[in-house]
Ligand binder design. Structure first.
Ligand code: ADP
Length: 495
């Protein structure tokens, strides 16, 4: 049955000797002993051997030996009745056919079995994944890739505990997963974990495992892919993102400082005006007092003007300080409906005096936002004051304040403040939020309100937009993210 060609010459020799012995025995017993009993059975030995070794060759051997009997009979040296030789020849052929056929079939099955196990072995060994089977927490079998992944020589992992393979830092997590399978909650497992390389370093793997029958007993089949390179890349990416975030933070701070620098110059300019006025009024008052000049009450008027200019200067300085303030960590959940209602109470008196009809439409299901309540209130106070001032010359003075929730939007909490005031030109829309942009009379506006509001809203992860047209009123829309969510500049939700 063996295909080992090393044995072929010996087998041929043995068979030739056996055939020679058969022919010799036939001649000797027919001619000399004149009997043909026991020696005939010698024929079966080469038939069976040829069958075992070469399958159908057994039939050829049987035929050859039959021929010997026939030739002897034809030569007239056959012993006994002729039909006995016929029966013998037939028996040779039947035995040859049976042994040859069975053996050929067996050889074919064995070869097929060998080919199929070689195929499976090739699949196992050349698989791109590391493959292993373990039972009772010990490795029963694994392929070269699995061993190479962990730096072991061939056969170096067989018999080792799986806990030697898994990185000690991940033992608890893996154990918890295996326990879930033992409890029958899951059958297959798929997760990422670290293995321990022989030299002590961690190897990241993507691991899938499933119960199988192996060697007729239950075991666990494990497939692993090396994902260390990917994991390292991810780690580096995380570090880079963090670095970029830190740099961005620094940049924002520097930009703010630069803005402050620019603003300092503008403030100096802004403050110059009230200071010049104060000096003039003060000089006037002093002159009048010294020289008993002017109408009664004029000194008082000058002093009141001085006081107004001081207020104005103080207002500019106060707003400047707000703008310079670095954003502090945003703290508590805030109910914007309550904040709006408070801000409206605050300006209610002024609105009444200006003849403004106020409508407040808060959304009953407005979720909370995360932030600094006072700073947010400052934003709304500023927007409300602007709206009131914008309507001073309007015949129709209506203010509509609404809040609404837009689920699905990254900044779903929306506040809208709409007025029927002067509105603004399209060209001004982009400049409204710039520091010191104002269309108000000198002394009425500083041009810092919207700029501060924008800074505050941005600090809360939100946006402010203005829409409007000359003479058709203006609408300011503030959008804020929900408490607990982080929104990037472009509106993506990060968490
Ligand atoms: P200030 O109110 O001191 O001028 P702001 O920064 O608050 O400063 O506003 C800047 C400018 O934006 C205003 O001068 C005005 O031209 C314009 N603006 C603000 N709110 C409105 C509004 N509701 N309607 C029309 N224009 C507005």
């Amino acid at each position: 049955m063996s295909h080992d060609s090393r044995w072929a010459p010996y087998r041929v020799t043995v068979l030739a000797l056996l055939l020679a012995a058969f022919v010799g025995a036939a001649i000797y017993f027919d001619l000399v002993e004149r009997q043909s009993t026991v020696w005939v059975h010698l024929a079966y030995v080469p038939i069976v051997l040829a069958g075992l070794w070469w399958g159908w060759v057994a039939l050829g051997i049987a035929f050859l030996q039959g021929c010997v009997l026939v030739v002897l009979r034809l030569l007239g040296v056959g012993v006994g009745e002729a039909w006995t030789d016929t029966v013998r020849v037939l028996l040779f052929l039947v035995v040859g056919a049976c042994v040859g056929g069975l053996s050929a079939r067996l050889q074919k099955t064995t070869r097929a079995y060998q080919v199929s196990s070689e195929n499976y072995r090739a699949l196992f060994e050349h698989s791109l994944a590391g493959v292993a089977v373990y039972r009772d927490e010990r490795v029963v079998l694994c392929n070269r890739r699995f061993e190479a992944l962990l730096g072991y020589d061939e056969g170096g992992l067989a018999g080792r505990s799986i806990w030697e393979v898994i990185h000690p830092d991940d033992h608890a997590a893996v154990r918890a997963r295996l326990e879930r399978r033992e409890r029958g909650e899951v059958r297959g497992l798929h997760y990422e974990t670290r293995f321990l390389h022989r030299d002590g370093r961690a190897v990241w793997v993507d691991l899938a495992s499933e119960p199988v029958r192996f060697d007729g007993r239950p075991g666990i089949l494990v497939n692993v892919y090396d994902i260390t390179a990917r994991k390292e890349a991810e780690e580096r990416r995380g570090e880079l993102v963090e670095l970029a975030r830190q740099q961005e933070e620094q940049l924002v701070h520097s930009v703010r400082l630069a803005e402050l620098g620019e603003m300092a110059a503008a403030v100096a300019h802004e403050l110059n005006q009230p200071l010049t006025s104060i000096r003039t009024f003060a000089k006037n008052a002093a002159y009048m007092l010294e020289n008993q000049a002017g109408e009664p009450g004029e000194v008082e008027l000058n002093l009141r003007r001085i006081s107004e200019q001081v207020d104005r200067a103080a207002r500019i300085i106060g707003q400047m300080r707000q703008l310079a303030r670095r954003s502090e960590p945003i703290a508590a959940p805030v109910d914007l409906n309550a904040v709006l209602s408070e801000a409206l109470d605050f300006v209610a008196h002024h609105m009444r005096l200006s003849g403004v009809e106020v409508r407040f439409e808060p959304s009953p299901d407005l979720p909370q936002v995360q932030g600094d309540r006072l700073r947010l209130e400052q934003v709304f106070l500023n927007l409300l004051t602007n709206a009131r001032q914008a309507m001073e010359q309007s015949s129709e003075r209506r203010l509509r304040v609404t809040s609404r929730f837009e689920p699905g939007h990254p900044r779903p909490v929306v506040i809208e403040i709409a007025d029927t005031g002067v509105g603004f030109a399209a060209a001004d829309a982009a400049r409204l939020f710039a520091p010191f942009f104002t269309t108000k009379q000198p002394g009425q506006g500083t041009g810092l309100g919207l700029s501060i509001s924008l800074t505050i809203v941005k600090d809360h992860g939100g946006t402010i937009e203005a829409s409007g047209a000359p003479g058709r009123g203006a609408t300011f829309t503030v959008r804020l993210p929900l408490a607990g969510s982080v929104v990037t500049e472009d509106g993506r939700k990060d968490a």
